[in-house]
Design a protein. Structure first.
Length: 237
């Protein structure tokens, strides 16, 4: 067999392999990335990569679920350059932002931006990084005055451990959730605050551990469905 024929056969085999993989995925494959709306992601949690930042991890179950609907665009801060990439933000227990970037975030929302903010006052998500490591998620949401500026207070939980709450009509398993109080619309026994801010909106959830479905196990089987419901809610209003 000539080298040209070997090359052509190799291309044919690869093409058939791709077709086979597509067939295994079923009759409803994911829409092309270009057809999905952009979702900015600002987080300190190992959602996109594991703690060792290895590409072998392939992302978390939360990321897999998000990518069924959105084109996820991770950003490192809430600086204007990052926020300019989209109009919908998932801010999942993010690291403390500078005063300048908090002003930028507030301005972005007031001009029509929409954020789902997971603010956990007692994070139970395990980490192998030592205390004090700047890459280790903070044990509590670093508010730095943002919530108070929106008229909301985040209280620590009365008791630790898993708690079942009903959010968007679906049961979600939280872990040591806090309580939100203030002038925004408070829902789900204090778990959720719905804040209208200028032309935009902030939907605040007093727990981020509910994204850690691998640790929480079977009782958390609907948690990521709730995540998509919350994003759809804040997106359409």
């Amino acid at each position: 067999m000539t080298r040209a024929r070997v090359g052509a056969l190799t291309v044919l085999i690869l093409l058939l392999a791709v077709i086979g993989v597509s067939a295994v995925r079923g009759p409803h494959p994911l829409p092309p990335r270009a057809g999905r709306p952009a979702l900015l992601l600002l987080t300190s949690l190992p959602i996109v990569f594991g703690e060792d930042f290895s590409i072998k991890d392939g992302g978390s179950p939360a990321l897999t679920m998000l990518e069924t609907r959105y084109r996820v665009l991770p950003i490192s801060t809430s600086a204007p350059a990052g926020l300019a990439k989209g109009r919908l933000l998932l801010m999942a227990h993010a690291a403390a932002q500078t005063p300048e970037n908090l002003v930028a975030l507030d301005d972005w929302i007031r001009r029509g931006g929409k954020v789902l903010l997971l603010a956990d006052p007692m994070l139970e998500w395990p980490s192998s990084r030592p205390l004090g490591d700047p890459l280790r998620p903070s044990p509590m949401f670093p508010d730095t005055g943002l919530l108070g500026h929106w008229g909301v207070r985040l209280d620590a939980p009365d008791r630790r451990g898993p708690q079942d709450r009903k959010v968007e009509g679906t049961h979600v398993l939280t872990d040591s959730p806090g309580a939100l109080v203030g002038k925004c619309a408070i829902e789900s026994e204090g778990l959720v605050a719905d804040c209208r801010i200028g032309k935009g909106r902030a939907l605040i959830v007093a727990d981020a551990d509910f994204l850690d479905t691998a640790r929480l196990g079977e009782p958390a089987e609907h948690n990521l469905d709730v995540l998509l419901k919350l994003l759809a809610d804040v997106e359409r209003n």
